[in-house]
Design a protein around this ligand. Structure first.
Ligand SMILES: N[C@@H](CCC(=O)N[C@@H](CS)C(=O)NCC(=O)O)C(=O)O
Length: 234
């Protein structure tokens, strides 16, 4: 049976899973979930978020990092999770770093109403919405998310969202220390996770910040080559 990924196209967590599947050249089915009624994941009564992964034996796995681990075991060639203690420690450090990146990204994407409308235009274009819903969600969602982003700024202590993202790209670039990938010669779990997160906003203003950091951009180019994916999900 082909594995199945239940997702929202523009969800950064879902794109972490797409990255590892693409890197491992796994043939899988994608089910775009309707974000309002979520009827496609009605079978999952306890866990109501995406991504949800159904493996080749029909087993359900929830949560992006747990799914990545599961896929690495299910398709062991080109292993991405480290086994050596020192490398494992580094990998965990960068995976934790990627969680902070994800938590701060909405402050960049929904920084003001205009940017939020652009983001929702993108989300509704890539997601499963009816014509009427697209229009309704575009404006109401943009308004709500601009307010949510302000709350996140306080929670995550992000004074300036643009500066936050620039700092993040710089930290990653410095972490690479001239290596091809964070994991070394080939991409590891943190490389694939961060690349997936970046893809989710690859069409938005955030991508301009990625481009400004030459080392970060070069790493993104390498990741594109390694996964065969582009920075855009459209
Ligand atoms: N820790 C989870 C977070 C997943 C998550 O927050 N997914 C969001 C979409 S980006 C979601 O499904 N939220 C619930 C909803 O849309 O109702 C993971 O890494 O997979």
């Amino acid at each position: 049976m082909k594995p199945k990924l239940y997702q929202y196209a523009a969800c950064p967590f879902c794109n972490k899973v797409t990255s590892i599947l693409a890197y491992k050249k796994v043939d899988f089915d994608v089910v775009e979930v309707h974000p309002l009624n979520k009827k496609e994941i009605a079978f999952s009564t306890d866990y109501r978020a995406v991504p949800i992964y159904i493996d080749s034996k029909g087993q359900q796995v929830n949560d992006s990092t747990a799914i990545m681990k599961h896929i690495d075991e299910e398709f062991p060639s080109s292993a991405v999770f480290a086994t050596e203690a020192e490398k494992k420690e580094q990998e965990e450090k960068w995976l934790a770093w990627s969680e902070k990146l994800v938590r701060g990204l909405p402050t960049v994407v929904y920084d003001n109403l205009l940017d939020s409308i652009k983001a929702f235009d993108y989300i509704t274009k890539t997601g499963k919405f009816s014509w009427v819903q697209s229009r309704l969600i575009k404006y109401s969602g943009a308004f709500v998310m601009t307010l949510v982003a302000k709350k996140i700024r306080t929670r995550e202590a992000i004074e300036d969202p643009q500066a936050f993202l620039e700092k993040k790209t710089q930290e990653w670039a410095e972490g690479l220390k001239g290596k091809k990938f964070m994991a070394g010669e080939t991409p590891g779990a943190a490389d694939l996770a961060v690349f997936g997160i970046c893809r989710a906003v690859g069409e938005l203003k955030a991508a301009k910040t990625f481009e400004k950091n030459q080392d970060f951009w070069t790493w993104l180019e390498r990741m594109k080559g390694a996964t065969g994916l582009t920075l855009s999900i459209v």
